[in-house]
Design a protein around this ligand. Structure first.
Ligand SMILES: CC(C)(COP(=O)(O)OP(=O)(O)OC[C@H]1O[C@@H](n2cnc3c(N)ncnc32)[C@H](O)[C@@H]1OP(=O)(O)O)[C@@H](O)C(=O)NCCC(=O)NCCS
Length: 161
């Protein structure tokens, strides 16, 4: 499937869902959808994300949105990262959100399909992500897409003065 196509599974009470590259004019909707999850409107952050992932046409950096009923209802961001953590180039998905009223209709699955298609076109054969241990919803979603525990472990420490 290519960006801009539609998916039968994503039809419900709502219209058809299509997935395409994000445009600068989508940012207001993206910021709003993100704010429904995080409670914070991060305007500067999203403009810098768009500059990095949405502005160019390189398939190794992707910022996609799902459109339905004439509005943006979800977004996904991913990229190819080379040799991070010593691993050969692979795809990373690091943000995916769907507006609450449009969830459980296949919108996120459709966006991930299109993202994966672009990443495959960049030559990578593996997709990774990182998520909060407490976020059961996003864990259920990624597991439903076939993602399983990978070979890395996260570590962290406090940077006290
Ligand atoms: C996770 C999220 C992206 C899923 O979007 P969605 O469009 O509803 O997902 P889909 O309809 O494609 O669902 C695919 C599968 O995910 C799983 N899933 C989705 N929502 C679920 C839920 N509420 N409970 C359990 N499993 C769920 C199911 O296995 C589902 O397959 P099924 O429809 O055959 O049962 C969406 O719920 C969301 O935006 N959540 C908040 C975002 C978030 O916390 N992001 C973290 C920062 S990256």
């Amino acid at each position: 499937m290519s960006a801009g196509g539609t998916d039968r599974r994503a039809r419900g009470k709502t219209g058809e869902v299509s997935v395409r590259k994000a445009r600068r004019t989508d940012l207001e909707r993206v910021i709003g959808i993100d704010a429904t999850v995080t409670g914070i409107e991060k305007d500067d952050y999203w403009h810098s994300v768009f500059h990095r992932y949405g502005a160019g046409s390189r398939p190794e950096r992707q910022f996609l949105v799902a459109e339905c009923d004439g509005q943006v209802v979800g977004f996904v961001i991913g990229e190819v990262r080379d040799w991070e953590f010593g691993a050969p180039p692979c795809g990373w998905v690091f943000a995916i959100d769907v507006q609450p009223e449009y969830r459980q209709r296949g919108v996120a699955s459709r966006m991930l399909d299109v993202l994966c298609e672009g990443l495959r076109a960049s030559g990578v054969r593996k997709l990774r992500t990182m998520l909060s241990r407490d976020n059961v919803l996003i864990l259920s979603f990624f597991r439903s897409q076939g993602m399983r525990t990978g070979p890395f472990i996260p570590l962290e420490m406090d940077l006290d003065d």
